[in-house]
Design a protein around this ligand. Structure first.
Ligand SMILES: N[C@@H](CCC(=O)N[C@@H](CS)C(=O)NCC(=O)O)C(=O)O
Length: 209
């Protein structure tokens, strides 16, 4: 297998953490988004969708979405389970993973990619260029505030996002909460359950990679 990573970006970090939590060592190639290498002919020959992470599997196929990569590795290396043990847990992991991605990660991306000049005409990742829409940044700030309320309520009664143990949903949640620093947003000081959850995950060796 070959893991295509980018050390500075949040989505590849999710896969990097998942691989580390599984205790796997996979040959890794770093693709620099800052240098635009994801759009190079060399990388689009690997992943035509021009996004990271990507995983070249043992079957010679390329998986280019976090959820696809995680599902593949979970099926191939079931221990430790990171996508739920029971039917209910499996459903809950995918539900909270989607919430963390679309209600947590997406608002951060909406703010960053629609305001930062570095992302001019690159408001959406992928091979096609898209213009920035600054109004989306305002909406993103509000959505992120709502998301912090939502996970605080959940974490007041649950040790982790999807269940009582650490899962893929916590990796996604942690990575995007941490990445919100790029738009100068932090966990509100009053959200004590979220702060405790964040510190607990930050202490895991996989979070330092
Ligand atoms: N839903 C995808 C998102 C992948 C994604 O958007 N990755 C970003 C890095 S965080 C990217 O490849 N950006 C390339 C670009 O900005 O051109 C996944 O989970 O893998």
């Amino acid at each position: 297998m070959i893991f295509y990573d980018c050390s500075t970006a949040p989505n590849p970090r999710r896969a990097r953490m998942f691989i580390a939590e599984k205790g796997l060592e996979i040959e890794t190639r770093d693709v620099s988004i800052a240098k635009g290498e994801q759009l190079s002919p060399e990388f689009t020959a690997v992943n035509p969708r021009a996004t990271l992470p990507a995983l070249l599997t043992d079957d010679g196929e390329v998986l280019g979405e976090n959820l696809g990569i995680a599902a593949y590795l979970e099926a191939k290396f079931p221990e430790p389970p990171l996508m739920g043990r029971t039917p209910l847990e499996k459903g809950s992991v995918l539900m909270w993973n989607a919430i963390a991605e679309f209600q947590g990660g997406m608002p951060v991306a909406e703010v960053l990619r629609n305001t930062n000049p570095h992302f001019k005409d690159r408001a959406i990742p992928g091979p096609v260029n898209h213009a920035q829409i600054p109004k989306l940044a305002e909406r993103g700030q509000q959505r992120l505030a709502d998301y912090f309320d939502l996970i605080e309520e959940r974490l007041q009664s649950s040790a982790y996002l999807a269940s009582d143990s650490f899962t893929l949903a916590d990796i996604t949640g942690f990575v995007f909460v941490d990445f919100a620093r790029v738009i100068r947003v932090r966990i509100p000081e009053t959200n004590t359950a979220t702060l405790a959850w964040f510190d607990k995950i930050k202490a895991r060796p996989s979070a330092a990679l």
